[in-house]
Design a protein around this ligand. Sequence first.
Ligand code: SAM
Length: 258
Amino acid sequence: MESLYAKQHTGWLNQYAGMHYGARYLKKRWSKFLPAENFEFIEKLSKMSIDAVDEACTNKRALDLGCNVGGITFNLAAKFDEVVGFDCSEGFIELCEELKKNGKATIYSCEEGELENEMMAEIPDSIDRSKCSFMLGDAHALPSDIGTFGCVVISNVLDRLENPKKVLKTIPDLLADRGICVIASPHCSLEPFTPKENWLGGYLNKDGQTVTASQTIKEILSDKMELIQTEEIPFALQYRIRNFELAISEVQVWKKYP
Ligand SMILES: C[S@@+](CC[C@H](N)C(=O)[O-])C[C@H]1O[C@@H](n2cnc3c(N)ncnc32)[C@H](O)[C@@H]1O
């Protein structure tokens, strides 16, 4: 199954591979203009997730929902016994599988016109890649036997889903008691990813009040979970050699009440 997302943006395999695994190349080339922190999103979000774990939670499985090319999935293996990377795009999952098998893969940055530059994506030897598995599927319809987790990461995915509310409502049942959910999003609601009637925020309600995604996430989760941390983390996605998208994700860390 190939997502609308991947069909419309074939170049995004390269762009996300650069974001997840090309930080050292990008920092070296662009440090004069772009502070290093713009290339540290994957590292920072992974660390924040690991640091937020409640050691009293006995479930040592993690789920990276919308794992893309797997940078966070592999990083989570430093802490968890088992990590599932889940994504609806075959191309992304293929790269994850190659990295799991070989520990490295050639990735490409879009340079000028049709020119590409080769980079090497590498998973550090300290990561036990055998703890990671990758699944192709739709986050709106997770396999019934996927089980529960001590940590669920949903990074920059909500505003790419057809029905983000539906997916958010499944979170408490995916978590073990004291399990955490780390949600990062730049809250860029856009059609055609998400039909307007399903947007988490970015509009005025019928009473003329502002509705934001940040607030809607809180309304959906706060029944069964506690918001334990918020943060903002920037990321730069390289479209072409001299063309970047700069975004700042809001990160909310939630813990399921025991
Ligand atoms: C913007 S990327 C973010 C990837 C990564 N988590 C990160 O933070 O860099 C969104 C990812 O969500 C995946 N995705 C979109 N809709 C999905 C769905 N319905 N089910 C599973 N994955 C989905 C896309 O294929 C893509 O890999």
